[in-house]
Ligand binder design. Structure first.
Ligand SMILES: Cc1ncc(COP(=O)(O)O)c(C=O)c1O
Length: 380
């Protein structure tokens, strides 16, 4: 992974300073965003504390367009449908990339974006893989900053609630031919959300279909990765499972990730998770959990985990915690997993380490605990 191109400019400074520096750069970029406010907010039409994930948009959206090799017309305007040619390349050849991140209401009432720098870096890696133009970090963060500032009433109160933010880019050139687009839209939209999964999950280890292969696009957050995952997931749903746990594309032997989550297992003081590679997404939650677990003195192992090893450890009678990590779900406990013909139970007791790691992360995000890692980008 280290040799993947990262075209974003590196900032100097120790971690706690980084988001402050980013904040200063962002202030300059914000001044070039044109703002058109909605004449009527919809905030009183909905109960944002009960909004289902992805169902209600905030009042505004950010849009910039790319043509002639530059980004132009940065604007925030009322949330509305797009006008796109049916020839738009994104609709046919899949040049689309997105991010998923969150803004939190802190205990003191301020609002924080969680790790926008890390999401930006992944956005760049995805864009590069899909032959799409980069945006600067200033444009990326100023769009988020200004949109969330204008729609700050939409950031719900409550530990398990947040404003989900979706920066994304699509190829907008109207051309009916297989080519790299010369025109794009970069947008940010948001929706208030509560807990993503309401109960522990049942997973199926998938050994027939694959999500990604070496040399493919598995590490990129591009639309096609998700479209291709639907069919096997729907099959698993029909069999009574919530999600599939993907295995590697070559031998179906090693665990990869699940749905929109990285996967981890804990036994005793050891936390094990598949290593980053070209076939799985470099999850921001994954990185946060691993960082905290290491600092808590856990033995963190990023290494290949075979289906056989998972089966052995689950059959051993030890308490095994298995869970997914992701922005939407934070930590999603897995209660049962099917491997071949067998179903195994995982430990989900209240004293599970995964719950204390989740709480530790929520405490940092909401300002209850000190942000030692500089993960919170606080809006003024
Ligand atoms: C395929 C996939 N894996 C893992 C993740 C978890 O990543 P993050 O923790 O950055 O949300 C996501 C969610 O974005 C995802 O879509």
């Amino acid at each position: 992974m280290d040799n993947l191109y990262l075209g974003y400019p590196k900032r100097q400074g120790s971690p706690p300073d980084l988001n402050h520096l980013l904040y200063l750069y962002t202030m300059e970029a914000i001044s070039s965003i044109h703002i058109e406010s909605t004449p009527r907010s919809r905030i009183n039409d909905v109960d944002i504390s009960k909004a289902l994930f992805g169902s209600v948009a905030t009042d505004h959206m950010f849009v910039a367009d790319y043509a002639g090799s530059t980004w132009n017309n940065s604007q925030i305007k009322p949330f509305s449908n797009l006008s796109l040619s049916p020839f738009a390349l994104a609709l046919h050849y899949g040049q689309t990339v997105f991010e998923g991140m969150k803004a939190f209401r802190m205990h003191d009432g301020s609002i924080s974006l969680f790790r926008p720098d890390k999401h930006y870096q992944r956005f760049c890696r995805s864009l590069e893989r899909m032959c799409m133009p980069l945006v600067t970090e200033e444009l990326f963060v100023s769009a988020l900053h200004e949109l969330v500032s204008i729609d700050r009433q939409w950031v719900p109160v409550g530990e398990d609630s947040s404003l989900y933010l979706r920066p994304f880019m699509i190829a907008s050139e109207a051309k009916m031919g297989v080519k790299v687009s010369d025109e794009y839209l970069f947008m940010v939209v948001g929706c208030p959300t509560g807990p993503y999964y309401s109960k522990p999950l049942r997973l199926k280890v998938e050994t027939q279909y694959i999500r990604s292969a070496e040399g493919g696009t598995g590490y990129a957050k591009c639309g096609g990765n998700y479209g291709g995952a639907f069919y096997p997931t729907v099959q698993a749903n029909h069999q009574g499972f919530d999600q599939v746990l993907w295995t590697d594309g070559k031998e179906n032997r090693y665990l990869e990730e699940s749905g929109t989550m990285n996967v981890m297992l804990i036994t005793g003081n050891t936390l094990i998770t598949p290593p980053l590679s070209f076939t799985i997404l470099d999850g921001v939650t994954r990185d946060s959990i691993l960082t905290m677990a290491r600092d808590n003195g856990m033995d963190v192992q990023e290494r290949k985990v075979s289906v056989d090893e998972l089966e052995q450890v689950l059959a051993s009678g030890k308490n095994v915690e298995l869970f997914g990590t992701g922005t939407a779900a934070v930590i999603a406990p897995i209660k049962e997993i099917s491997i071949g013909e067998s179903i195994y139970s995982c430990y989900i007791g209240e004293d599970s380490t995964m719950y204390s790691l989740k709480q530790q992360l929520l405490d940092i995000r909401t300002g209850k605990a000190e942000d030692l890692y500089g993960w919170n980008y606080i809006l003024a």
